[in-house]
Design a binder for this molecule. Structure first.
Ligand code: PHE
Ligand code: FE
Length: 295
């Protein structure tokens, strides 16, 4: 499929790197192959088998209310009707990762960018970049939840602001996204549950994050999270646990400008460290951890 491509530069931990980006594209639904639909069906079925009792009730309820099914890759136009009637969010198709400012601007306007293409059958267990399954199955259901929907929009607005402040502020804010939107856990009466999109879209990490002895599970603490490095190539060493989405929304309501200034004077924490002030649900054994590679 022809897509307009352009090169931009994005600040990362390794300095400015070129990113190949595309503008918004219409989901080329008719072009999905039988294999694409089958990959969707197998991933969908597999996650729905392991997520009950592991994913948060909010996620599972929203997932069901959205009406995604396993029979075929959902159409963005159909999901948009449901989302539009519920919280007013809209999905837009994209080729892949966007420049940060574009991404923030979409979120600030309640538009969620979804990668239109799906992984290949040999990538069922691991893929290094977001694809349709991660974006749609992982991120989109919680956009149905009113509090989470507002959090995502506020995050986008905060991102636009942090972008204007500078790269260090963006690093702080990106860590928050990582440890909440992507890899967050939530406490409920029966125990810890998953709400992070990076976890719910991964079979291995859905089990690991809750049941393995290795990772830390620590209570949510905004500035602590904004100081904490993370992993992009292994399961997380630490998961942070919120009490509910209201806690997340309330903690992030203040203007972060003074927080960024304060954090700029403090050293970062390693991904696997435990601090004295942490509320520890589980202290990880560290089994199987790689020593380097925190970003
Ligand atoms: N309140 C934050 C700020 O002023 C914005 C924000 C909201 C960031 C929600 C993250 C999540 O920057
Ligand atoms: Fe993601």
């Amino acid at each position: 499929m022809a897509v307009a491509q352009r090169v931009e530069h994005q600040m990362t931990d390794k300095g400015y790197v070129p990113v190949y980006t595309t503008r918004v594209v219409e989901q080329p639904w008719d072009e999905y192959s039988p294999t694409d639909h089958d990959v969707w069906a197998r991933l969908f079925r597999r996650q729905l088998q392991i997520l009950p009792g592991r994913a948060s009730p909010e996620f599972l309820d929203a997932q069901q209310a959205m009406g995604m099914g396993e029979a075929q890759i959902p159409k963005f136009t159909e999901l948009n009707k449901v989302l539009g009637d519920t919280t007013g969010w809209q999905l837009i198709g994209v080729e892949g990762l966007l420049p940060e400012l574009d991404f923030f601007d979409h979120l600030a306007n309640r538009r969620f960018p979804v990668t239109w293409w799906i992984r290949k059958p040999e990538q069922m267990d691991y893929i290094s970049e977001p694809d349709l399954f991660h974006d749609l199955f992982g991120h989109v259901p919680l956009l149905m939840n009113p509090v989470f929907a507002d959090y995502m929009q506020a995050y986008g607005r905060g991102g636009v602001k942090a972008h204007g402040i500078g790269p260090d502020a963006l690093v702080n804010l990106t860590r928050l996204y990582w440890y909440t939107v992507e890899f967050g856990l939530i406490r409920c009466a029966e125990g810890l549950r998953i709400y992070g999109a990076g976890i719910v879209s991964s079979k291995g990490e859905s089990i690991y994050c809750l049941e393995d002895e290795a990772p830390n599970r620590i209570g949510f603490d905004l500035k602590r999270i904004m100081r904490t490095r993370y992993r992009i190539d292994t399961y997380q060493k630490t998961y942070f646990v919120i009490d509910d989405f209201e806690q997340l929304f309330e903690a992030t309501r203040p203007d972060f400008t003074p927080y960024y200034a304060e954090l700029a004077t403090l050293p970062a924490f390693p991904a696997g460290g435990v601090q004295d002030s942490d509320k520890v649900y589980h202290r990880g054994s560290g089994k199987g951890w790689l020593n380097d590679g925190d970003v």
